[in-house]
Design a protein around this ligand. Sequence first.
Ligand code: TYM
Length: 333
Amino acid sequence: MPRVFSGIQPTGDLHLGNLLGAVRNWVQDQHDADSFYCIVDLHALTVPKAPGEVGAFSLEMAQTLLACGLDPDVCTLFVQSHVSEHAELAWLVQCVTAMGELNRMTQFKDKSARQGGKQDLVSVGLYTYPALQAADILLYDTDRVPVGEDQRQHIELTRDVAERFNARYGETFVLPEATIPRAGARVMDLQEPTDKMSKSATSDAGVVYLMDDLAVTAKKFKRAVTDSDGTVAFDPVAKPGVSNLLSILGAATGRSPEDLADEYSQYGPLKVDTADAVVALLEPIQARFRELVEDPAATNELLAIGAEKARAVAADVYDRAVRNVGLLPRPVL
Ligand code: TYM
Protein backbone atom coordinates (compact mmCIF):
# COMPACT_ATOMS: atom_id res chain seq x y z
CA MET A 1 0.00 0.00 0.00
CA PRO A 2 1.30 3.48 -0.77
CA ARG A 3 1.92 5.72 2.21
CA VAL A 4 -0.01 9.00 2.29
CA PHE A 5 0.69 11.95 4.63
CA SER A 6 -0.95 15.34 4.86
CA GLY A 7 -1.42 18.12 7.40
CA ILE A 8 -3.70 20.97 8.31
CA GLN A 9 -3.23 23.92 10.63
CA PRO A 10 -5.58 24.21 13.62
CA THR A 11 -6.33 27.87 13.03
CA GLY A 12 -10.09 27.92 13.59
CA ASP A 13 -12.92 26.81 11.41
CA LEU A 14 -12.26 24.77 8.27
CA HIS A 15 -13.47 26.40 5.04
CA LEU A 16 -14.72 25.04 1.75
CA GLY A 17 -11.24 25.33 0.17
CA ASN A 18 -9.75 23.05 2.81
CA LEU A 19 -12.57 20.57 2.29
CA LEU A 20 -12.55 20.45 -1.52
CA GLY A 21 -8.80 20.95 -1.97
CA ALA A 22 -7.63 18.49 0.64
CA VAL A 23 -9.82 16.85 3.26
CA ARG A 24 -12.29 15.20 0.87
CA ASN A 25 -9.38 13.50 -0.83
CA TRP A 26 -7.99 12.38 2.52
CA VAL A 27 -11.32 10.67 3.22
CA GLN A 28 -11.02 8.81 -0.10
CA ASP A 29 -7.34 8.00 0.29
CA GLN A 30 -7.77 6.44 3.71
CA HIS A 31 -9.31 3.37 2.08
CA ASP A 32 -6.60 2.71 -0.52
CA ALA A 33 -3.46 3.91 1.24
CA ASP A 34 -1.73 3.72 4.59
CA SER A 35 -2.74 7.25 5.54
CA PHE A 36 -1.41 9.64 8.19
CA TYR A 37 -3.21 12.93 8.81
CA CYS A 38 -1.65 15.45 11.11
CA ILE A 39 -3.03 18.50 12.89
CA VAL A 40 0.04 20.71 12.64
CA ASP A 41 -0.15 22.70 15.85
CA LEU A 42 3.54 23.67 15.80
CA HIS A 43 3.05 25.29 12.41
CA ALA A 44 0.13 27.30 13.83
CA LEU A 45 2.52 28.88 16.36
CA THR A 46 4.54 30.56 13.60
CA VAL A 47 2.18 33.54 13.85
CA PRO A 48 1.28 34.96 17.28
CA LYS A 49 -1.38 33.03 19.22
CA ALA A 50 -3.08 33.59 22.59
CA PRO A 51 -2.30 31.05 25.35
CA GLY A 52 -4.52 27.99 24.98
CA GLU A 53 -5.83 28.95 21.55
CA VAL A 54 -3.90 26.37 19.56
CA GLY A 55 -4.82 23.51 21.91
CA ALA A 56 -8.52 24.33 21.78
CA PHE A 57 -8.45 24.63 17.99
CA SER A 58 -6.54 21.35 17.68
CA LEU A 59 -9.32 19.45 19.44
CA GLU A 60 -11.94 21.24 17.36
CA MET A 61 -10.02 20.45 14.17
CA ALA A 62 -9.86 16.77 15.12
CA GLN A 63 -13.64 16.75 15.67
CA THR A 64 -14.17 18.51 12.35
CA LEU A 65 -11.96 16.05 10.46
CA LEU A 66 -13.78 13.11 12.04
CA ALA A 67 -17.08 14.73 11.10
CA CYS A 68 -15.84 15.05 7.50
CA GLY A 69 -15.38 11.29 7.40
CA LEU A 70 -11.87 10.42 8.58
CA ASP A 71 -12.15 7.01 10.20
CA PRO A 72 -9.52 6.36 12.88
CA ASP A 73 -9.98 2.61 12.31
CA VAL A 74 -8.46 2.92 8.85
CA CYS A 75 -6.26 6.03 9.03
CA THR A 76 -3.95 7.59 11.61
CA LEU A 77 -5.10 10.98 12.88
CA PHE A 78 -2.80 12.75 15.32
CA VAL A 79 -1.43 16.06 16.59
CA GLN A 80 2.06 17.08 15.46
CA SER A 81 3.41 18.13 18.89
CA HIS A 82 2.46 14.71 20.32
CA VAL A 83 5.22 13.13 18.22
CA SER A 84 8.42 14.93 19.19
CA GLU A 85 10.35 13.54 16.21
CA HIS A 86 8.68 16.20 14.03
CA ALA A 87 10.51 19.04 15.77
CA GLU A 88 13.71 16.97 16.04
CA LEU A 89 13.85 16.02 12.37
CA ALA A 90 12.98 19.60 11.42
CA TRP A 91 16.39 20.63 12.80
CA LEU A 92 18.23 18.12 10.64
CA VAL A 93 16.20 19.26 7.63
CA GLN A 94 16.93 22.94 8.34
CA CYS A 95 20.61 22.14 8.24
CA VAL A 96 20.33 20.98 4.62
CA THR A 97 17.96 23.77 3.54
CA ALA A 98 19.36 26.95 1.99
CA MET A 99 18.20 30.42 3.00
CA GLY A 100 17.80 31.16 -0.71
CA GLU A 101 15.24 28.35 -0.96
CA LEU A 102 13.23 29.68 1.99
CA ASN A 103 13.42 33.23 0.61
CA ARG A 104 11.63 32.00 -2.52
CA MET A 105 8.64 30.50 -0.69
CA THR A 106 5.55 32.45 -1.75
CA GLN A 107 3.58 31.49 1.38
CA PHE A 108 6.31 33.07 3.55
CA LYS A 109 6.29 36.20 1.43
CA ASP A 110 2.48 36.48 1.68
CA LYS A 111 2.27 35.77 5.39
CA SER A 112 5.15 38.04 6.35
CA ALA A 113 3.69 40.83 4.20
CA ARG A 114 0.44 40.43 6.16
CA GLN A 115 2.40 41.20 9.33
CA GLY A 116 3.68 44.36 7.72
CA GLY A 117 6.91 42.61 6.64
CA LYS A 118 8.48 43.97 9.83
CA GLN A 119 11.53 41.92 10.73
CA ASP A 120 10.87 42.45 14.45
CA LEU A 121 7.43 40.86 14.14
CA VAL A 122 7.91 38.07 11.61
CA SER A 123 9.07 34.98 13.50
CA VAL A 124 12.02 32.79 12.56
CA GLY A 125 9.50 29.94 12.82
CA LEU A 126 7.49 31.41 9.95
CA TYR A 127 10.67 31.54 7.88
CA THR A 128 11.70 27.95 8.58
CA TYR A 129 8.10 26.70 8.40
CA PRO A 130 8.71 24.75 5.14
CA ALA A 131 11.57 22.79 6.75
CA LEU A 132 9.21 21.61 9.51
CA GLN A 133 6.67 20.71 6.82
CA ALA A 134 9.34 18.73 4.95
CA ALA A 135 10.20 16.91 8.18
CA ASP A 136 6.50 16.06 8.71
CA ILE A 137 6.35 14.41 5.32
CA LEU A 138 9.75 12.70 5.31
CA LEU A 139 9.23 11.14 8.76
CA TYR A 140 6.64 8.75 7.33
CA ASP A 141 8.43 7.50 4.18
CA THR A 142 5.59 9.23 2.37
CA ASP A 143 4.79 8.42 -1.26
CA ARG A 144 1.94 10.87 -1.81
CA VAL A 145 0.88 14.17 -0.23
CA PRO A 146 -2.74 15.16 -1.01
CA VAL A 147 -2.90 18.96 -0.85
CA GLY A 148 -4.41 21.99 -2.57
CA GLU A 149 -2.49 23.88 -5.25
CA ASP A 150 -1.07 26.43 -2.75
CA GLN A 151 1.12 23.74 -1.16
CA ARG A 152 2.82 22.60 -4.39
CA GLN A 153 5.92 24.72 -3.80
CA HIS A 154 6.39 23.29 -0.28
CA ILE A 155 6.23 19.71 -1.57
CA GLU A 156 8.76 20.52 -4.29
CA LEU A 157 11.08 21.94 -1.63
CA THR A 158 10.58 18.75 0.40
CA ARG A 159 11.77 16.67 -2.57
CA ASP A 160 14.78 18.95 -3.10
CA VAL A 161 15.95 18.80 0.50
CA ALA A 162 15.33 15.04 0.70
CA GLU A 163 17.46 14.53 -2.41
CA ARG A 164 20.21 16.71 -0.94
CA PHE A 165 20.11 14.86 2.36
CA ASN A 166 20.24 11.49 0.57
CA ALA A 167 23.16 12.65 -1.58
CA ARG A 168 25.09 13.91 1.47
CA TYR A 169 24.36 11.15 3.98
CA GLY A 170 23.24 8.16 1.90
CA GLU A 171 19.78 6.85 1.03
CA THR A 172 17.54 7.96 3.91
CA PHE A 173 14.29 9.51 2.74
CA VAL A 174 11.58 8.52 0.26
CA LEU A 175 10.89 11.28 -2.28
CA PRO A 176 7.21 12.27 -1.99
CA GLU A 177 4.87 13.53 -4.69
CA ALA A 178 2.07 16.06 -4.33
CA THR A 179 -1.37 14.86 -5.40
CA ILE A 180 -3.51 17.85 -6.28
CA PRO A 181 -7.16 17.31 -7.20
CA ARG A 182 -8.44 18.21 -10.67
CA ALA A 183 -11.46 20.04 -9.29
CA GLY A 184 -11.28 22.08 -6.09
CA ALA A 185 -7.48 22.49 -6.01
CA ARG A 186 -7.86 26.25 -5.68
CA VAL A 187 -11.18 27.41 -4.34
CA MET A 188 -11.41 31.20 -4.62
CA ASP A 189 -12.98 33.79 -2.34
CA LEU A 190 -16.63 34.40 -3.32
CA GLN A 191 -16.20 38.18 -2.99
CA GLU A 192 -12.64 38.49 -4.31
CA PRO A 193 -12.52 35.66 -6.87
CA THR A 194 -8.94 36.41 -7.85
CA ASP A 195 -7.80 35.56 -4.27
CA LYS A 196 -7.86 32.03 -2.88
CA MET A 197 -10.43 31.31 -0.18
CA SER A 198 -8.51 31.71 3.06
CA LYS A 199 -9.01 31.96 6.80
CA SER A 200 -7.00 35.17 6.75
CA ALA A 201 -9.32 37.01 4.32
CA THR A 202 -10.16 40.53 5.46
CA SER A 203 -13.91 39.83 5.26
CA ASP A 204 -15.90 36.64 5.96
CA ALA A 205 -18.42 37.39 3.22
CA GLY A 206 -16.48 35.46 0.59
CA VAL A 207 -15.33 32.57 2.82
CA VAL A 208 -17.63 29.56 3.29
CA TYR A 209 -16.91 28.03 6.68
CA LEU A 210 -17.95 24.42 7.20
CA MET A 211 -19.75 25.27 10.41
CA ASP A 212 -21.52 28.41 9.13
CA ASP A 213 -25.27 28.42 9.57
CA LEU A 214 -26.48 26.87 6.29
CA ALA A 215 -28.81 29.81 5.59
CA VAL A 216 -25.71 32.05 5.79
CA THR A 217 -23.89 29.70 3.40
CA ALA A 218 -26.71 29.95 0.86
CA LYS A 219 -26.69 33.74 1.18
CA LYS A 220 -22.92 33.90 0.60
CA PHE A 221 -23.41 32.08 -2.71
CA LYS A 222 -26.35 34.29 -3.68
CA ARG A 223 -24.14 37.36 -3.16
CA ALA A 224 -21.08 35.87 -4.87
CA VAL A 225 -19.31 38.31 -7.18
CA THR A 226 -19.64 37.42 -10.88
CA ASP A 227 -19.29 39.87 -13.78
CA SER A 228 -21.46 41.95 -16.07
CA ASP A 229 -20.94 39.93 -19.21
CA GLY A 230 -23.93 37.65 -18.59
CA THR A 231 -22.70 34.44 -20.26
CA VAL A 232 -21.83 31.28 -18.35
CA ALA A 233 -18.41 29.98 -19.42
CA PHE A 234 -15.47 28.33 -17.67
CA ASP A 235 -12.59 30.78 -18.09
CA PRO A 236 -10.78 31.39 -14.77
CA VAL A 237 -8.77 34.32 -16.16
CA ALA A 238 -11.49 36.30 -17.92
CA LYS A 239 -14.37 35.18 -15.67
CA PRO A 240 -12.93 34.31 -12.24
CA GLY A 241 -16.18 34.60 -10.25
CA VAL A 242 -18.33 32.45 -12.55
CA SER A 243 -15.51 29.93 -13.05
CA ASN A 244 -15.11 29.61 -9.28
CA LEU A 245 -18.81 28.77 -8.93
CA LEU A 246 -18.50 26.19 -11.72
CA SER A 247 -15.40 24.67 -10.06
CA ILE A 248 -17.13 24.44 -6.70
CA LEU A 249 -20.26 22.91 -8.22
CA GLY A 250 -18.03 20.52 -10.19
CA ALA A 251 -16.05 19.49 -7.11
CA ALA A 252 -19.23 19.03 -5.08
CA THR A 253 -20.99 16.94 -7.72
CA GLY A 254 -18.08 15.12 -9.38
CA ARG A 255 -18.71 16.84 -12.75
CA SER A 256 -16.36 18.88 -14.90
CA PRO A 257 -16.77 22.69 -14.75
CA GLU A 258 -16.65 22.87 -18.57
CA ASP A 259 -19.59 20.46 -18.93
CA LEU A 260 -21.54 22.31 -16.27
CA ALA A 261 -21.00 25.64 -18.06
CA ASP A 262 -22.91 24.27 -21.07
CA GLU A 263 -25.94 23.62 -18.89
CA TYR A 264 -26.45 27.16 -17.63
CA SER A 265 -27.37 30.33 -19.45
CA GLN A 266 -27.84 32.59 -16.40
CA TYR A 267 -25.90 33.29 -13.23
CA GLY A 268 -28.91 33.07 -10.86
CA PRO A 269 -29.63 29.34 -11.30
CA LEU A 270 -25.89 28.55 -11.23
CA LYS A 271 -25.60 30.28 -7.84
CA VAL A 272 -28.67 28.49 -6.47
CA ASP A 273 -27.49 25.04 -7.63
CA THR A 274 -23.98 25.62 -6.29
CA ALA A 275 -25.37 26.71 -2.93
CA ASP A 276 -27.67 23.66 -2.81
CA ALA A 277 -24.82 21.27 -3.67
CA VAL A 278 -22.59 22.76 -0.97
CA VAL A 279 -25.38 22.76 1.63
CA ALA A 280 -26.03 19.06 0.87
CA LEU A 281 -22.32 18.38 1.40
CA LEU A 282 -22.16 20.30 4.68
CA GLU A 283 -25.40 19.19 6.34
CA PRO A 284 -24.24 15.71 7.42
CA ILE A 285 -20.81 17.07 8.44
CA GLN A 286 -22.42 19.61 10.78
CA ALA A 287 -24.74 16.98 12.29
CA ARG A 288 -21.86 14.63 13.03
CA PHE A 289 -19.75 17.49 14.44
CA ARG A 290 -22.53 18.41 16.88
CA GLU A 291 -22.45 14.83 18.20
CA LEU A 292 -18.67 14.75 18.52
CA VAL A 293 -18.38 17.97 20.53
CA GLU A 294 -20.60 16.40 23.20
CA ASP A 295 -17.80 13.99 24.11
CA PRO A 296 -14.35 15.64 23.85
CA ALA A 297 -12.75 12.85 25.90
CA ALA A 298 -13.56 10.34 23.13
CA THR A 299 -11.72 12.47 20.55
CA ASN A 300 -8.75 12.98 22.89
CA GLU A 301 -8.57 9.20 23.28
CA LEU A 302 -8.52 8.73 19.49
CA LEU A 303 -5.75 11.32 19.22
CA ALA A 304 -3.70 9.45 21.82
CA ILE A 305 -4.02 6.22 19.83
CA GLY A 306 -3.13 8.15 16.66
CA ALA A 307 0.01 9.59 18.28
CA GLU A 308 1.09 6.11 19.35
CA LYS A 309 0.65 4.72 15.82
CA ALA A 310 2.44 7.73 14.28
CA ARG A 311 5.34 7.56 16.71
CA ALA A 312 5.95 3.91 15.86
CA VAL A 313 6.75 4.92 12.26
CA ALA A 314 8.35 8.30 12.93
CA ALA A 315 10.81 7.00 15.53
CA ASP A 316 12.26 4.45 13.08
CA VAL A 317 12.70 6.98 10.30
CA TYR A 318 14.21 9.54 12.67
CA ASP A 319 16.69 6.93 13.98
CA ARG A 320 17.63 6.10 10.39
CA ALA A 321 18.31 9.79 9.68
CA VAL A 322 20.43 10.24 12.82
CA ARG A 323 22.35 7.03 12.08
CA ASN A 324 23.07 8.13 8.51
CA VAL A 325 24.19 11.59 9.62
CA GLY A 326 26.47 9.73 12.01
CA LEU A 327 25.78 11.43 15.33
CA LEU A 328 27.22 9.67 18.35
CA PRO A 329 24.54 7.13 19.36
CA ARG A 330 22.43 8.23 22.32
CA PRO A 331 23.44 6.47 25.52
CA VAL A 332 20.74 4.24 26.98
CA LEU A 333 19.79 6.00 30.22
P1 TYM B 1 -3.50 24.76 5.50
O1 TYM B 1 -3.84 24.45 6.91
O2 TYM B 1 -3.42 26.19 5.07
O3 TYM B 1 -4.55 24.07 4.54
C1 TYM B 1 -4.89 22.70 4.62
C2 TYM B 1 -5.16 22.14 3.23
O4 TYM B 1 -6.19 22.88 2.57
C3 TYM B 1 -5.75 23.27 1.27
N1 TYM B 1 -6.36 24.58 0.94
C4 TYM B 1 -7.04 24.83 -0.19
N2 TYM B 1 -7.36 24.05 -1.23
C5 TYM B 1 -8.09 24.61 -2.22
N3 TYM B 1 -8.52 25.89 -2.21
C6 TYM B 1 -8.22 26.72 -1.18
N4 TYM B 1 -8.65 27.98 -1.17
C7 TYM B 1 -7.44 26.20 -0.10
N5 TYM B 1 -6.97 26.72 1.07
C8 TYM B 1 -6.31 25.72 1.69
C9 TYM B 1 -4.24 23.40 1.40
O5 TYM B 1 -3.61 23.29 0.13
C10 TYM B 1 -3.91 22.24 2.31
O6 TYM B 1 -3.78 21.03 1.58
N6 TYM B 1 1.43 24.11 5.19
C11 TYM B 1 0.17 23.40 5.27
C12 TYM B 1 0.05 22.45 6.43
C13 TYM B 1 1.09 21.37 6.51
C14 TYM B 1 1.22 20.27 5.63
C15 TYM B 1 2.31 19.49 6.15
C16 TYM B 1 0.52 19.85 4.49
C17 TYM B 1 2.08 21.27 7.44
N7 TYM B 1 2.82 20.12 7.25
C18 TYM B 1 2.72 18.33 5.51
C19 TYM B 1 0.94 18.67 3.87
C20 TYM B 1 2.02 17.92 4.39
C21 TYM B 1 -0.93 24.44 5.42
O7 TYM B 1 -0.72 25.51 5.92
O8 TYM B 1 -2.17 23.98 5.07
